[in-house]
Design a binder for this molecule. Structure first.
Ligand SMILES: Cc1cc2nc3c(=O)[nH]c(=O)nc-3n(C[C@H](O)[C@H](O)[C@H](O)COP(=O)(O)OP(=O)(O)OC[C@H]3O[C@@H](n4cnc5c(N)ncnc54)[C@H](O)[C@@H]3O)c2cc1C
Ligand SMILES: NC(=O)c1ccc[n+]([C@@H]2O[C@H](COP(=O)([O-])OP(=O)(O)OC[C@H]3O[C@@H](n4cnc5c(N)ncnc54)[C@H](O)[C@@H]3O)[C@@H](O)[C@H]2O)c1
Length: 458
């Protein structure tokens, strides 16, 4: 027998549960299908556990610097099992909270199993069949595992399996020098592992400006992380001391011998096992569901939210997708994906907060630009905290005075960037910030100064 619902939501990630909440409030019957853990990637193998580990790593790092702050301690040792138990509690509290919320939600039926399309309106969940007037995909993504030579012959970790790690790696070799790779690199280095990052490109976090990449590299190398760029021929083989990772860089040893390998080479959408063809839903060549500005697929009653639509790869973009869908379908409020401004943070310490365009993107846009920069050594709060690595950079359109983008690599950068972001959303000129009085002493206090001291880009 096929049970019928007003709406079916596939995936309990960052958009699905909130949409279930809104739809059921309007009296609609909703079936929400989840095949694994409630809360999806962010809660279980992404943001939450990693940021809990970042917090442990920061506390350990600060304790090691204790003498600088007038603290006398013995040698700092790391209890990796406690670190992992702490992050597990953060995850479990959130996971069970979401699960209890959904299972207690009036008009919501939670089905635990793998969903697949049987037709444009019918879904099978293991042995059960359900049908829906509207179907919302929130299936997220998983770690991409490139076809490296020898990879199947060696054990390797991904962002998911590393969450189960029962030992502290002696030497963690991380392939991929972007968000996932760099956050784990610093975390494990601070826990006491030797860490080598192997990146095929010529610089780390290649989406950022070269000056940001260089500063991040310096921060990580200062802590003893080995960085191997231009790794053109990555391959793996067993070794008496663990795993041999071939690098073939233009300089340096051709092989790195590690005890453990983490692959952090990007993500792929969970769309290959949904039988989307039975619904006629189109994907792009990389498997992302094609959507329009309101997140509708090519099939009018099917929508896709979050990482699986390729329009964002962050928790806040997935949640914003929920807001856009709910606004259009429930509130008659014409919100669009194209209204949002790109923003995110990289949670190394100090963090990188980003909003809008990079300098490279702004230059490529052909506009006349004004740029302002300040090293964190000139930020009083950073000096007082003893955390002066990094710099701020803001980019303004010289003709319209519009703020185009900003990068704050420095203590508090993930928070301070948001004052710039809000002025960008308000579509106010940069002078709104340069004339504002900010609180002393804060990192944000320097933002008006940076905007007050712009120079033309050459
Ligand atoms: C290590 C790491 C750190 C990260 N850190 C941050 C961060 O600090 N800040 C940030 O903004 N973002 C971060 N991200 C990205 C963030 O986690 C994702 O962008 C976000 O979780 C995407 O959410 P989503 O709603 O698209 O899907 P997901 O959270 O991935 O949820 C999808 C759900 O769908 C379920 N599912 C899939 N297929 C099916 C099916 N066929 N049937 C039933 N259920 C199915 C899955 O089990 C999963 O629960 C991080 C990611 C990683 C990997
Ligand atoms: N702080 C955050 O918000 C945060 C943290 C972690 C992850 N995330 C999300 O997770 C997503 C995935 O992160 P990621 O770092 O895995 O992916 P990414 O796509 O940002 O970077 C992948 C890196 O691996 C390298 N790479 C790719 N293929 C390779 C190959 N065959 N050999 C060698 N190197 C290769 C790339 O050059 C790149 O540097 C991000 O897009 C991000 O949205 C966000």
């Amino acid at each position: 027998m096929t049970r019928h619902f007003d709406a079916i939501i596939i995936g309990a990630g960052q958009a699905g549960p909130s949409l279930a909440g809104r739809l059921t409030e309007t009296g609609k019957s909703v079936a929400l299908v989840e095949r694994k853990f409630f809360g999806g990637t962010c809660v279980n193998t992404g943001c939450m556990p990693t940021k809990a580990m970042v917090a442990s790593a920061y506390a350990i790092h600060t304790a090691r610097r204790g003498a600088e702050y007038g603290m006398t301690t013995g040698p700092v040792s790391v209890d990796f099992a406690r670190v992992m138990a702490r992050k597990e509690k953060v995850t479990l509290d959130s996971r069970t909270g979401i699960e209890a919320w959904l299972k207690g939600m009036k008009n919501c039926t939670v089905l635990e199993g793998h969903a697949r399309f049987e037709s444009p309106t019918e879904i099978s969940v293991d042995d059960e069949r359900i049908s829906g007037e509207q179907i919302f995909l929130n299936v997220g993504g998983r770690a991409a595992v490139p076809d490296f030579a020898g990879i199947d012959a060696v054990p390797y970790l991904t962002n998911s399996s590393i969450m189960e790690l029962g030992h502290l790696p002696r030497h963690l070799v991380i392939v991929g020098g972007s968000y996932i790779g760099l956050e784990f690199a610093q975390v494990f280095r601070r826990f006491g592992s030797e860490v080598t990052v192997i990146e095929k490109g010529p610089r780390l976090i290649a989406r950022e400006d070269p000056d940001v990449s260089d500063a991040v590299r310096t921060i990580l190398e200062t802590e003893g992380i080995q960085i191997r760029l231009n790794a053109e021929c990555i391959r793996f083989a067993g070794h008496a001391d663990g795993i041999a990772a071939g690098v073939d860089c233009t300089s340096g040893a051709p092989e790195v011998i590690g005890s453990d390998v983490l692959l952090a080479t990007g993500r792929r959408p969970n769309t290959d096992d949904l039988d989307l063809d039975k619904a006629g839903v189109k994907t792009d060549t990389r498997g992302y569901v094609k959507v329009d500005d309101m997140l509708r697929t090519n099939v009018p009653h099917i929508f896709a939210m979050g990482d699986c639509n390729g329009r964002g790869a962050f928790t806040h973009t997935s949640y914003n997708d929920f807001e856009i869908v709910a606004a259009n379908l429930i509130d008659n409020d014409p919100r669009r994906v194209s209204d949002r401004i790109q923003t995110y943070a990289l949670y190394i310490d100090p963090p990188l907060g980003r909003a809008g365009m990079t300098e490279t993107e702004a230059r490529n846009s052909g506009r006349r630009l004004l740029i302002g920069t300040r090293p964190m050594t000139r930020v009083g709060r950073a000096v007082e905290k003893g955390e002066t690595q990094g710099f701020m950079k803001v980019i303004v359109d010289a003709d319209t005075k519009e703020i185009l983008g900003a990068s704050i690599l420095g203590t508090g950068g993930d928070e301070a960037i948001q004052s710039i972001l809000d002025v960008m959303y308000a579509k106010r000129p940069y002078t709104t910030i340069s004339r504002a009085m900010h609180i002393h002493p804060t990192v944000s206090e320097l933002i008006p100064t940076v905007f007050g001291d712009l120079f033309p880009a050459t």
